[in-house]
Write a protein of this length. Structure first.
Length: 185
């Protein structure tokens, strides 16, 4: 598990909204759990090495239910069904390269990295059906959503391999086994 000695800089604002009370069945304090995951990601990913230099950077994480995520999935992705996680990036590809690339040109104004939304019932069902804990599956989905905000994707096979390899490496720092292992057997 990543060390708790890492802290996010004051210039970073993490907004965690717990819309569905059922999340508290799995996490006594979901806000702290999300902060723990995000803090570790900022310290593990080279793209975020300069986070302290940003004047203001925001991330929103919403813990909701299937009904709410279904509406978002329908309205923004034309898929009228619940899903486990949705990511809405706040930055486009050019901005990601400018601010998080190898030679970042940091802005002098506030930025939103974006929004990650998770649906309780789908996360629970998937965890049970795959023999994982809800906490491990939740961590994987926060990592997955966060990587989408940084421009990673899995639309084509090559990009999926890159993203999945990074997810596996990051999850290993939390002591979580390869989430794709059972899919490949």
């Amino acid at each position: 598990m990543p060390s708790d000695r890492f802290h996010l800089p004051d210039s970073f604002h993490l907004d965690v909204s717990v819309e569905e009370k059922g999340w508290r069945v799995h996490f006594a304090d979901p806000e702290i759990e999300v902060a723990r995951i995000v803090t570790a990601l900022f310290h593990e990913l080279p793209e975020t090495a300069n986070i302290a230099a940003f004047p203001h950077l925001e991330l929103s994480v919403v813990l909701t239910d299937d009904a709410a995520i279904r509406v978002l999935n329908r309205d923004y992705r034309d898929k009228d069904k619940a899903t486990n996680v949705l990511s809405f990036p706040g930055l486009d590809e050019a901005e990601l390269k400018q601010f998080f690339g190898p030679e970042p040109d940091l802005p002098e104004y506030p930025l939103s990295l974006g929004d990650i939304i998770l649906a309780l019932e789908t996360v629970e069902k998937e965890a049970i059906s795959s023999g994982k804990t809800v906490a491990d599956h939740f961590t994987h989905l926060v990592v997955h959503g966060f990587l989408h905000l940084l421009g990673y994707d899995h639309i084509d096979e090559k990009d999926a391999e890159v993203m999945e390899a990074l997810e596996k490496r990051l999850l290993a720092t939390f002591g979580i086994d390869d989430p794709y292992q059972e899919m490949s057997t």
